[in-house]
Write a protein that binds this ligand. Structure first.
Ligand code: OAD
Length: 225
């Protein structure tokens, strides 16, 4: 079976009602990125950070997978599929995709403030200041903040470097190190970009300038004959 790797970003969840990061109605709107997405911001004002992510988590829990998430599951009939996502939502999993690697964490989980390897599923949409890890320390959102390392990068690189088919869906690829993954894909691999307004043209790829639901449907029809 051929290996297919799909690298997704916030654009794939737009049709589920979630915001992108750099659009007009961006996720950061009303919040300063340095206040809510950095370790310094967390140390300065943990309450504000929890408020921001509790709000985002509430939106994620209300959202449902769209046709793009669902169509990707069909690829598993014909390919060995791995999804690498920069998204912190769980819409790929809820759609039924088996192999989902989160580069930037999972908003539905909390992690210990002192040991990132200690993660907990969150019951409901909120982490509160009363929630503690087994060491009695605060819990923070299980998301990778700016300046923090991306612990799944090595695995992501190994997946990309053995891809026969590689598709990028709904990401501007403006954030490192995720953006560097396209450079790991072998020259011989067949490559696709699905984005209504792509800002990338890294490789000799087939461009599908459509929203994720239409674009992924087209990709799946093309690949699964
Ligand atoms: P961006 O906001 O940078 O890019 C979103 C992409 O989705 C753009 O290229 C849009 O054109 C595209 N898009 C918009 N609507 C779409 C639709 N309906 N279907 C398909 N594509 C659509 O967001 P990301 O690339 O996801 O990291 O951002 C990457 C990372 O930057 C995030 O994971 C986050 C952020 O900082 C961290 O928080 C660490």
């Amino acid at each position: 079976m051929k290996n297919i790797v799909i690298l997704t970003g916030s654009g794939i969840s737009v049709e589920s009602g979630l915001e992108t990061f750099r659009g007009v109605d961006s996720l950061w709107e009303g919040y300063n990125l340095l206040d809510v997405a950095t370790l310094d911001g967390w140390k300065r004002n943990p309450g504000l950070v929890q408020e921001f992510y509790n709000l985002q988590r509430g939106k994620v829990l209300k959202a449902v997978p769209n046709l793009a998430h669902l169509a990707l599951v069909h690829l598993e009939r014909a390919f060995n599929v791995h999804i690498i996502t920069q998204n912190v939502d769980d819409l790929h999993e809820r759609a039924g995709s088996k192999n989902v690697l989160h580069l930037h964490g999972e908003i539905t989980k909390a992690q210990s403030d002192v040991d990132p390897s200690l993660t907990y599923n969150i019951i409901g949409s909120e982490i509160t200041s009363n929630d503690k890890c087994i060491h009695g320390m605060s819990l923070r959102p299980n998301v990778v903040w700016f300046g923090e390392s991306v612990s799944n990068m090595n695995y992501a690189i190994s997946l990309c470097s053995s891809a026969d088919i590689f598709a990028v869906v709904g990401t501007s690829l403006m954030v490192m190190p995720a953006a560097s993954l396209v450079d790991e894909v072998p020259l011989y691999a067949q490559k696709f970009i699905i984005d209504p307004d792509p800002s990338i043209d890294y490789f000799n790829s087939i461009k599908i300038n459509k929203t994720a639901s239409l674009g992924v449907e087209e990709l799946v029809k093309y690949l699964v004959k």
